[in-house]
Design a protein around this ligand. Structure first.
Ligand SMILES: [Zn+2]
Length: 199
């Protein structure tokens, strides 16, 4: 039996989301149909509006409504430090801590030879350019996740920018191996930044 086309399309749409297989997509599609019309409208408008109004900051790569983003535009931030993270979500986690007042750089991924993702596939080139253009930026704190890909990415960036006399540090291992920044609590993140070590 085939699904009516509107449901089939909905299933296809859900299956494009990360971590959602066919079974889950079917469940979500049928659930969506059972929802209130108002809720569905609100949800669909939120999807379109988020896509339309949010962009990547041309300086740091973070998701933003304005370009440059509020963090890059904030004159009060410490412009000597930049924390390099895998995703915009990590910026939100670190900002929640309220202890770090420097800048950020979002890679939008990590190096992964297994998945064929090289340096040109993530936001590394713009970090190098940024460092060249801003001599005040003297420390790069690498906060990629403690996964093999995150570590490999940290080493790659370190080797790339250290010759330019930039201090490169890595978050301390308060973060468990294999753990993600986004799941760490604020105290753990604070300690990880405080105890960062040069690599
Ligand atoms: Zn920015």
């Amino acid at each position: 039996m085939q699904y009516p086309e509107p449901i089939a399309k909905l299933i296809d749409g859900y299956m494009k989301l990360p971590g959602i297989g066919e079974k889950t997509a079917v469940r979500l599609a049928f659930y969506t149909i059972s929802m209130d019309t108002d809720d569905v409208n609100e949800f669909s408008q939120a999807l379109v509006a988020a896509k339309k109004n949010l962009h990547y900051c041309s300086i740091c790569g973070n998701i933003t409504e304005s370009d440059p983003c509020v963090i890059c535009a904030d004159k009060g931030r410490d412009r000597t430090k930049v924390i390099v993270v895998e995703q915009s979500k990590d910026v939100m986690s670190l900002e929640k801590m309220r202890e770090y007042h420097g800048l950020y750089h979002v890679l939008h991924g990590v190096l992964s030879p297994m998945e064929g993702r090289g340096p040109e596939d993530i936001n590394i080139a713009s970090l190098v350019k940024r460092l060249q253009k801003n001599p005040d930026l003297t420390e790069v704190i690498i906060a990629t996740n403690a996964t093999p890909e995150g570590e490999a990415t940290a080493m790659y960036i370190s080797r790339l920018i250290k010759p330019a006399n930039i201090k490169v540090t890595r978050l301390a291992h308060g973060l468990a191996v294999g753990s993600d920044i986004e799941y760490a609590d604020e105290m753990t993140l604070y300690k990880a930044i405080e105890g960062r070590q040069e690599i």
